[in-house]
Write a protein that binds this ligand. Sequence first.
Ligand SMILES: Nc1nc2c(ncn2[C@@H]2O[C@H](COP(=O)(O)OP(=O)(O)OP(=O)(O)O)[C@@H](O)[C@H]2O)c(=O)[nH]1
Length: 406
Amino acid sequence: MTDKKPGFFKRLFGGEQPVQPPAPPETQPVSAPVPQPVGPTPAPPPDIVPEPEPAPLPGPPETTPDYVEDIEAQRAVPEPEATAFVPLDPPAVVEVPVETPRQGWFARLATGLKRSSDQLTGSITSVFTKRKLDAATLDELEDVLIQADLGLETATAITETLRRDRFDRDVSGEDVRAVLASEVEKVLGPVARPLVIDSTRKPFVILMIGVNGSGKTTTIGKLAQKFAAEGKSVMLAAGDTFRAAAIEQLQVWGQRTNAPVISRPAGADASGLAFDAVTEARAQGRDVLIIDTAGRLQNRDELMNELEKVIRVIKKVEPSAPHATLLTLDATTGQNALRQVEIFGQRAGVTGLVMTKLDGTARGGILVAIARRFGLPVHFIGVGEGVGDLEPFTASDFARAIAGTD
Ligand SMILES: Nc1nc2c(ncn2[C@@H]2O[C@H](COP(=O)(O)OP(=O)(O)OP(=O)(O)O)[C@@H](O)[C@H]2O)c(=O)[nH]1
């Protein structure tokens, strides 16, 4: 990446702050919607797509410690209309990106990370133009690397390598970029791990979590496509019951990928839905069940309680589930992503990460800081909105793209 843009780095880093996604609707005390688990093999009701309720609940259902026990008690009184098993007939108008011909995925990653890499390489070049490597230069470089979200440890590792090998010698921007790529790859190598579907689990339950708009539903669609292409039978659960549009979005993905979608009307209880979905997927012998959840900010305690409840209820049906709890991270978020990984990890037991929107961000460096701090597997990266735009994560490609080396 050779474009040097004087002042660009400063403009970007000078004012840019981690973006907080919009908060979900306020939770109000509501009378707990009665969870309506049904028997193991509910028949599809004649009305396939449920009408959204006129006034969706503004927040998650009430949390009570004995909620889970309530669910079990209420299993004795199933209400067939509670679960909508929706394999077909998506709603008429839902925006889901369509596939268009495009460049290869690495090119998209490299193009997407160009803003990150331009900032880095531009700054590195300006620091290292015709200069011998001295302490001041190393300090400047460390600042550049920290401001690129790579994290203090990685920044220090890079400057220490240079100090050890090149101190008091001429060093070019290219040399520094090579060290950067190598150090980034060193950090990311151990976390670049594929998502392995244990075929002895039927269904293998994947719970998708993350803040609002981080790409959960889109990633579910992409994963469903991937698994279907591998010959796996997939079921989806529209667990983002706060938003009718999210339910519809998942139904469209379900139709595209030929995966049945378990859903309930907007405003229904997400835990009850998860319960039904695991029960149904098991009854049908599905290979994989992917459960969507409503977006929530990690600092919204009541919403995180609700997520914990969803997990508890899933375990009521299958104690070993969820078998993967994937946190989607929006790459454009920057530093806030560290907090998301920390809190979602504590509350929901994240097993792996998917970083989305790497096709257009200046904040890609944050993945390095996350990898170093948490060591969680990074399974996939999203490089676009289309169904084919999910790629297994590879450390060397990411390192090359962010350092602008080929
Ligand atoms: N460019 C790009 N856009 C993406 C990617 N992944 C998701 N998006 C877009 O990001 C937006 C939000 O994605 P969703 O999948 O709806 O996010 P969500 O986490 O389910 O959102 P909530 O249900 O509101 O929490 C949509 O416009 C997606 O098309 C990606 O890898 N690249």
